[in-house]
Design a protein around this ligand. Structure first.
Ligand SMILES: Cc1cc2nc3c(=O)[nH]c(=O)nc-3n(C[C@H](O)[C@H](O)[C@H](O)COP(=O)(O)OP(=O)(O)OC[C@H]3O[C@@H](n4cnc5c(N)ncnc54)[C@H](O)[C@@H]3O)c2cc1C
Ligand code: SF4
Length: 513
């Protein structure tokens, strides 16, 4: 760029890591604890749940009673900076296609406000092509990842129960919380028609696991991030603790632009723009690890063109940016008439469901492959702006205190409707909104743009997450996943990131990198 002076940092690191979310936070934690010197580049600002979370604030403490903005799309108290749109970071998608791209810009990325549903992929999920002929098998199997799932269960904490299910592996679980009233009703109804309902598996500390992190006190606000660090966020459980080693230089507001390479084609560091002064800087490392989230990691690789990598880095097979996949999601509402006019009492719990349904059917008897799980939401949270809107429409469908009323109403009638229906209904989906079917991207489990595999012609990375084309370049975020499962993806991102990071430490010790 003519006229722009690029500033080179004098220090050479063992590793430059881009992104501090699930994948980048774990890589930083493992490498720095192994004594390696790490430069962690994060596009967003510093964020520490202890001081920055809005946990326990009441709706009237927000100027908009908690309503959302572009900066806080899930409401004014939510633990995410930015989301569906970011000022200065536009994106496009091909005409006629839909894609919604959620991005958080802050230390810890999306893990500050994620749902904490922490499920292992099962043995079948790594070998789906061999089972149903669709998609591709992974270059690794459950047995390769299991030791890392075990380690992160212990390191980060997850509650649940061992059920001995074939494709929903057992783990090392903390005790789960008891089901709440609506969950007991759901469980009774579901099990009566053969749908299993078991304790959910969430990375929330129902028991203390170390001195740095507290125990959950059931405020149901994990989406705001937890001031006592009782839920897992990459900021609170990985990056902030590992800063104490003195081995990490964290650079916030640093938007990586390109991976730098030398004439042999090896990665030498990263060029980034400091968003506070718009100056460009370069930082050098023996190895580069990309964990900027699935689509952004692919963008960085495609941006990193050079003589040795004219098609972008790790892209000789022309696969970077392709094979993008997300969970398919559909939300359906329901009503529990048994609870109309119910008693009020505090039924807060953890910030998420206490029970769920893992996939339970046999595909051989069905006309579709694979499966899904069911998450149950409901109950009586503290009302906030936007919550329960339209409740006055229920009074047309059901009698209120024995009387049939017209839909709508205000004042005394509306108060009566709230007292009668609140905590009893959840959502209402029908043909008018495609039965709640989500747009692609909307479930926020995007993955796969830099997938791993054995064949460099059909994959960008090898089975360790190392680029086939560049032996000191690794990816540790969702981009590496070959396929989705009927599980949320983040526990697998964390386990794979730990596996790749331990491999890097080993390779460095052997002086192979
Ligand atoms: C509301 C919500 C609920 C969710 N619930 C669940 C759930 O219950 N269970 C589950 O498994 N998953 C859930 N997820 C998904 C989960 O958050 C992601 O899978 C996970 O965070 C992905 O980790 P990552 O490391 O790939 O990316 P991220 O966590 O997004 O981290 C990427 C980081 O890189 C930074 N970055 C981006 N570009 C650059 C750049 N150019 N230079 C420097 N830094 C950069 C970003 O600022 C960010 O901090 C949820 C997500 C959302 C939004
Ligand atoms: S529910 Fe528990 S883990 Fe979640 S924010 Fe509240 S205290 Fe923290």
């Amino acid at each position: 760029m003519p006229g722009i002076q690029v500033k080179k940092q004098p220090k050479k690191y063992d590793a430059v890591i881009v992104g501090s979310g699930a994948g980048g936070g774990m890589a930083t934690y493992v490498l720095a604890n192994a004594g390696l010197k790490v430069c962690l580049l994060e596009a967003g600002p510093m964020y520490d749940p202890k001081t920055d979370s809005n946990q326990l604030k009441n709706p009237w403490e927000s100027p908009r009673r908690g309503a959302s903005t572009k900066f806080r799309p899930f409401g004014d108290f939510d633990g995410a900076y930015w989301g569906w749109e970011i000022d200065g970071e536009p994106y496009t998608h091909a005409e006629g296609t839909k894609w919604e791209w959620w991005r958080s810009r802050m230390l810890g990325g999306r893990t500050n406000h994620w749902g904490r549903i922490s499920l292992r992929f099962g043995p079948k999920d790594f070998k789906r092509k061999s089972i149903d002929g669709l998609g591709d098998d992974w270059p690794i199997g459950y047995e390769d990842v299991k030791p890392y799932y075990d380690k992160i269960d212990k390191l980060l904490g997850v509650f649940g129960t061992n059920e001995g299910l074939e494709n929903d592996p057992d783990g090392i679980f903390l005790p789960p919380p008891k089901p709440r009233l609506h969950e007991l009703f759901l469980k009774k109804a579901a099990t009566s028609i053969g749908v299993p309902v078991i304790p959910s598996r969430l990375s929330i500390l129902t028991k203390q696991i170390n001195k740095e992190r507290g125990q959950c006190f059931y405020c149901a606000q994990c989406g705001r991030s937890c001031k006592v660090y009782a839920d897992f966020s990459s900021s609170s459980a990985l990056v902030i603790p590992v800063l104490k080693t003195g081995n990490v230089d964290l650079v916030t507001n640093a938007m990586a632009r390109e991976v730098l390479t030398n004439k042999e084609g090896l990665a030498t560091g990263v060029s980034y723009v400091d968003k506070t002064n718009l100056q460009e800087y370069q930082v050098e490392g023996r190895t580069v690890i990309l964990a900027a989230s699935t689509c952004e990691t692919a963008r960085l690789l495609l941006n990193s063109k050079s003589q040795r990598h004219p098609n972008g880095l790790a892209n000789s097979g022309n696969v970077v940016g392709k094979y993008l996949h997300d969970s398919t999601g559909a939300a359906v509402g329901g009503v529990l008439p048994q609870l109309f006019g119910r008693k009020r009492y505090n039924e807060d719990g953890v910030g998420g469901m206490h029970v769920y349904t893992p996939w339970w059917l046999d595909n051989k008897k069905l006309d579709f492959p694979r499966g899904y799980h069911i998450e149950y939401w409901g109950g009586m949270e503290q009302p906030a702006y936007g919550f329960g809107w339209g409740i006055e429409g229920e009074n047309e469908k059901f009698k209120v205190n024995g009387k049939t009323k017209e839909a709508g109403g205000y004042g005394k009638s509306l108060k009566e409707d709230y007292r009668y229906f609140y905590g009893v209904t959840w959502g209402d989906d029908g043909p008018e909104n495609d039965y709640g079917l989500s747009n692609p991207g909307n479930i926020i489990h995007e993955a796969g743009t830099v997938r791993m595999g054995n064949d460099p012609k059909t994959s960008a990375l090898d089975k360790w997450g190392r680029a086939h084309d560049c032996k000191n370049l690794f990816c540790t975020d969702g981009s590496v996943l070959v396929s989705q499962a009927d599980k949320n993806i983040t526990w697998t991102i964390l386990a794979l990131s730990m596996r790749t990071s331990e491999y890097i430490v080993d390779e460095m010790k052997k002086q192979n990198i």
